[in-house]
Ligand binder design. Sequence first.
Ligand code: MV4
Length: 449
Amino acid sequence: MFRKVLVANRGEIALRVLNACRELGIRTVAVYSEADRNSLHVRFADEAICIGPPRPADSYLNVPAVISAAEIADVDAIHPGYGLLSENANFAEVCRASNIKFIGPPPEVTRLMGEKEKARQAMKKAKVPILPGSDGILLTADEAVECAKTVGYPVIMKAKAGGGGRGMRIVRNAEDLPNLFHAASSEAANAFGNGDLYMEKFIERPRHIEFQVLADEHGNVATLFERECSIQRRHQKLIEEAPSLQVTPKMREEIGKTLCRCLSEIGYQNAGTVEFLMDEDRQLYFIEMNTRIQVEHPITEFITGVDLVKAQLLIASGEKLSNILPAKLEMRGHAIECRINAEHPQKFTPSAGKITAFNVPGGNGVRVDTAQYAEGVVPPYYDSLIAKLIVHGVDRAEAIAKMERALSQFVVQGIDTSISLHQAIFQDEGFRKGEFDTKFMERFLADKQ
Ligand code: MV4
């Protein structure tokens, strides 16, 4: 096992990774920006190194600064958390060249999954269901018009380098296609430095369902069931739950088996998430893969009893899955996560500043992952997630009751938070019945006007 690990992240995920290291007897090194001097990830690490000014590009995303810190502290490995450098194949390559283990998949695999159209073809080859669409990049609007004739409208143009919904356009007829093709392409070229597009059949009201996987460095892959992540606004998830009410045991098993075979073939390693859309007929279709630990990983930890971050560390140190996972993985109960953001609950404007009061709920089956505290400061430079409230019940009804109780005891003063928005969502009849799709929040917010 590693002697010393650097955590290249901040906030709750930095603390989450530090905790896993501590429990495994690994020494820890935090890196921080000038805005995070008084952060808990700095306080609770064995060593901490300032890597630059507040702006992420000047600190947490500054590869030479992070690598220098790793060399000065003489670490064996770097855990990137989520966001920031976590899916940057070039960073993983620099780690490799510097003889530092990157805790994640090999850069070649990260690069493959980062090219969404290549990932799609790789999944297709391994018999993972994909949506009807193009076989590769469509270079011109004319080619796209031809392709759409076989796929059938509506279609969606997506950027091969895409993410977060940018460089995407829904197309409902051939007349509109050329303009939307060029709009998507220039948006993608601007955002990602690459304007290449591919096409998929557009699903009007999809559910977003994702499968958690773990792969060791010996070719073994396991799936840890699914998470339902349809409650989101502008591509930011707000509430996630596991398992999904819509996935039957048979679907879970079939998708699980196919994914294990596919990811073993690809040479996947470490933790990953395979995203699917579910259509109105409850069919699942692969859309993309995330090659990192995800924000919502605790709900999977609750239903499986597996510590996913410890698993990442063990896998990266060469351990076999059979020595990490129980002989038979089973799902127990139901887990739900609410993302508590520092933002206005109706206007969604970010809210930075000093937290004057902070009470975190607890009790049986209640977990709060946060790096915030009373008198703590939310800087304006980073994403607005300040805490994750996660609950585990014997069934969905108990999980909902626990979440409502816990939300009512979560007190944050001095800044705006999304706590009251979550309380309103939990009152919603459709949400309570599990009747929702990725358009839920749009309808919910329109009804509240
Ligand atoms: C789609 C889709 C409908 N049909 N693809 C949005 C972000 C990117 N990761 C994939 N996205 C979508 N792809 C097809 N063929 C609808 C979305 C989508 C969405 C997906 C998951 C969660 C929330 C979403 C919100 C709007 C659109």
